[in-house]
Design a protein around this ligand. Structure first.
Ligand SMILES: Nc1ncnc2c1ncn2[C@@H]1O[C@H](COP(=O)(O)OP(=O)(O)O)[C@@H](O)[C@H]1O
Ligand SMILES: CC(=O)OP(=O)(O)O
Ligand SMILES: [Mg+2]
Length: 405
């Protein structure tokens, strides 16, 4: 089964073409990504396994134009990996919000599309992009099955004491307002890889996974199950992100809305698209630009970095308290995998909870699975490259196989 996986993030599209012959046997044909969607210098990086890498810088205004660029690259005579798009037997999609509709991945049909759309207002930066991906592929390959894999599924084990908000109970009953959590596919995958690297038993352990990309979330995984997570009803809660504010006093938002006469739409735009690293600095939503500005002496960029790191530390502390400690902390996502300085700053001064950080092992390491705690550290720390696409391909294979039996 030749599967195209599309992972439409808020600022990026990651893709892979994977050939799967059975659940654990696969070969990768190409992986790539489009970055900086919506900024003036969008970038396509296309890395076929058997051919040289291809890169293209151009403005990529939205996800649809991004998908078109990817499809062109897949069949290009020089760096393509397929003769024709019709060689694809299935498409697996990452979908951010599945609400309480989906506890597992699903083969896309009319109802599934309606339910993804029903979650639009809960994940305004993601679900529209995810559905656009599905519809674009449906147009191009109307007879090819598509599977949706949800960020929220892994978090369905979170107990009510951690997923409920202390709002009037009727809003949970009437509207299912609760914490859902996101990046579940990634949190589970990197926790399992981190366990293999450190010899920790995934099913009997306390793990804190930090998925820090443009969107960022932290999860407490107790005995192999998601126990709490920093994103909430929507992906705007928790950590400071590229353009999202993360946890903020709701009273402050009401106050600003009143002062500025913001309607709910503009308030939502403000917390989702104008806040976070971009909002604090006015420079960029991209962490690389924030470092560059801080190095030039920009005080607000320095402040944003300090706030970003402090927020991650606070969540690690909360989750260690909630689980009675931690055996393993994992960093992943664009920042977690590449930004060794952020990893170092987060782990600084954490000896009190048993973290002995290995600065030498960590220094300069980007995009590599590596243990960054010293051998005698009680709490292990690792950086792990996430592979949401592989999990999505496996789920696509599993569901379509089951359907054909
Ligand atoms: N070498 C790097 N150093 C620091 N940050 C990086 C590096 N490479 C990527 N990033 C950051 O990772 C973030 C994007 O993460 P990613 O997980 O790809 O995003 P998304 O949430 O859209 O999936 C951006 O803020 C980018 O600056
Ligand atoms: C849910 C979410 O924030 O996703 P991303 O990291 O891709 O923006
Ligand atoms: Mg992402």
């Amino acid at each position: 089964m030749t599967i195209l996986v599309l992972n439409c993030g808020s600022s990026s599209i990651k893709y892979q073409v994977i050939k799967m012959s059975c659940a654990n046997e696969y070969s990768l044909l190409v992986k790539g990504q489009i970055e900086r969607i919506g900024l003036s210098d969008g970038l396509l990086v296309h890395k076929p396994v058997d051919k040289p890498k291809f890169e293209l810088t151009k403005s990529i205004p939205d996800h649809t134009s991004g998908i078109n660029l990817i499809l062109e690259a897949l069949v290009d005579p020089d760096h393509g990996v397929l003769n024709s798009i019709t060689e694809l037997s299935a498409v697996g999609h990452r979908v951010a919000h599945g609400g309480e509709y989906f506890k597992d991945s699903a083969v896309v049909n009319k109802t599934v599309k309606q339910q993804i759309e029903a979650c639009f207002e809960l994940a305004p930066l993601h679900n529209p992009a995810n559905l656009k991906g599905i519809l674009s592929m449906e147009n191009i390959l109307p007879n090819t099955p598509q599977v949706a894999v949800f960020d929220t599924s892994f978090h369905q084990t979170i107990p009510a004491k951690n997923f409920m908000y202390a709002l009037p109970y009727k809003y949970y009953e009437e509207y299912r307002v609760r914490r859902y959590g996101f990046h579940g596919t990634s949190h589970k995958y990197v926790a399992q890889v981190g366990c293999k690297m450190t010899g920790i038993d995934f099913d009997h352990s306390k793990i804190i996974t930090c998925h820090i990309g443009n969107g960022a979330s932290i999860t407490a995984i107790l005995d192999g199950k998601s126990y709490d997570t920093s994103m909430g009803f929507t992906p705007v809660d928790g950590l400071i992100m590229g353009t999202r504010c993360g946890s903020t006093d709701p009273g402050a938002l009401i106050y600003i809305a009143e002062k500025e006469g913001l309607n709910l739409d503009r308030l939502s735009g403000m917390i989702n698209k104008e806040s976070g690293l971009y909002g604090i600095t006015g420079v960029s939503s991209d962490m690389r630009d924030i470092h560059a500005a801080a190095n030039r002496g920009d005080e607000r960029a320095k402040l944003a970095l300090a706030m970003f790191v402090a927020r991650i530390k606070k969540f690690i502390g909360q989750y260690a308290a909630l689980m009675g400690g931690a055996d393993l902390i994992v960093f992943t996502g664009g920042v977690g995998e590449n930004d060794y300085l952020v990893r170092e700053w987060v782990c600084e001064g954490m000896e009190y909870m048993g973290i002995l950080f290995d600065k030498e092992a960590n220094d300069g390491v980007r995009a590599r699975d590596i243990i960054i705690s010293t051998p005698d550290s009680k709490v292990k720390v690792a950086a792990v490259t996430t592979n949401e696409e592989l999990v999505i391909a496996s789920d696509t294979f599993r569901l379509l196989k089951k359907r054909s039996e």
